[in-house]
Design a protein around this ligand. Structure first.
Ligand SMILES: C[S@@+](CC[C@H](N)C(=O)[O-])C[C@H]1O[C@@H](n2cnc3c(N)ncnc32)[C@H](O)[C@@H]1O
Length: 367
């Protein structure tokens, strides 16, 4: 989390977050609810943040029902939450209660009945956002967690339309961090598509947190302290800085992608540093700078077109980068390991799991 905001008292010090540890598919940490809310706003790489509600052992449905009915759901789930707005996702492993649908069916009435009992039976729909309860059982131990985020955190609330094969914002953010992208740098995103890299980079340079333009599921929880969250958001808005001029260049061959990105960036002054053009990557002359970062997410598969050999395409990309982008820190995303040879840039491959595909992000400096 950025130091300036920590100094301004918006962010907690490290002592507020403890027991940070890698877990399968994520990272666990312990903190206050208020700070977990800020984590949703500030963290750029997670897909979602879950809040653990309870853990217990259950080998029989009666125990599962009793344990679930005893949880203070009224603290977290909104009064009047409709059945249709509660999703229960269950995974089980090596457990006697292994049938995921049956587990969900037993849990659901316990949660909804408890809400009705403790909130006076109101069932009016007050327009709350959908809520998701994640249930994981392993070796008969159950862990129940509520999804604080709502829609996945890579949905930043910025793009109004979806184009083909966009990169997830969380990956774009992680790659820019890995490239140590900063306010001193300029960014070239010459196959920009919907402009994920450019938009993330603009927010980074303006010190705007990744979640500033969206809402979260926790905002309709009764225990959520709206005033302090709003206060933190207002402070953050005061801290957002004017982005450096002419810092981010996004271009694409496809005129519709360019038009779309122009529309998106017009939505907020934070994106004013992005210059958008319809250009062929192979015709671009980048600015000579010792602070250059270039990111490329080229098409592959059927989007490359039938008559294009992928090896030739990546060899051409490698030649262009080696010829015109010397000294730039670079990331090229490629779908198969052997394409690193075609690129020929000696980039370090980082495995990338994206949209069900195993890709690679080649990271390094163009020598
Ligand atoms: C996988 S998409 C990029 C997606 C982008 N990272 C995003 O988040 O939306 C690849 C893009 O490369 C563009 N493209 C392909 N060949 C190009 C070229 N020679 N010059 C510029 N853009 C090109 C395509 O039009 C397409 O928008």
């Amino acid at each position: 989390m950025p130091g300036r905001l920590e100094q301004a008292g918006v962010l907690p010090g490290p002592a507020e977050i403890s027991k940070t540890e890698p877990q399968p598919g994520g990272i666990g940490f312990t903190t206050r609810l208020e700070i977990a809310c800020l984590a949703n706003l500030f963290l750029g790489t997670p897909t979602r943040i879950l809040m653990r509600v309870a853990t217990f052992k259950a080998e029989r449905f009666s125990v599962l029902e009793r344990q679930t009915a005893g949880i203070d759901w009224e603290l977290f789930l909104p009064e009047g939450l409709k059945d249709s707005k509660l999703t229960i996702q269950v995974t089980t492993r090596k457990s006697r209660l292994y049938h995921t649908d049956a587990v969900a069916e037993r849990i659901r009435p316990q949660v909804l009945n408890r809400l009705k009992e403790t909130t006076g039976g109101s069932n009016c729909d007050t327009g709350h956002s959908p809520q998701t309860l994640m249930v994981r059982a392993e070796n008969d131990r159950f862990a129940l967690s509520l999804d604080m985020s709502g829609s996945p955190l890579y949905k930043r609330g910025i793009k109004t339309r979806v184009i083909q094969a966009p990169l997830r914002e969380t990956l774009g953010f992680a790659i820019l961090k890995r490239l140590e992208f900063s306010r001193q740098d300029i960014l070239m995103d010459p196959m920009c598509g919907s402009g994920t890299f450019a938009l993330e980079a603009a927010m980074m340079q303006a010190d705007a947190p990744p979640g500033i333009f969206r809402t979260f599921a926790f905002e309709s929880w009764p225990s959520f302290k709206n005033n302090s969250f709003r206060h933190a958001k207002d402070k953050i808005t005061d801290q957002v800085v004017t982005p450096p001029e002419a810092a981010i260049f996004a271009s694409d061959l496809d005129q519709s992608a360019v038009t779309h990105l122009k529309e998106t960036k017009s939505g907020h002054p934070v994106f004013s540093s992005i210059q958008v053009a319809c250009e062929n990557f192979f015709d671009i002359t980048p600015p000579a700078t010792s602070h250059g970062v270039v990111v490329l997410n080229p098409p592959y598969g059927k989007r490359l077109g039938n008559d294009m050999d992928i090896n030739v395409f990546f060899r051409e990309i490698g030649r262009k980068l080696a010829g015109d982008f010397k000294g730039y820190r670079a990331c090229v995303i490629y779908p198969e390991k052997h394409l690193a040879d075609a690129l020929g840039l000696h980039l370090t491959p980082m495995p990338l799991f994206h949209g069900g595909l195993d890709l690679f992000a080649g990271i390094g400096k163009i020598a």
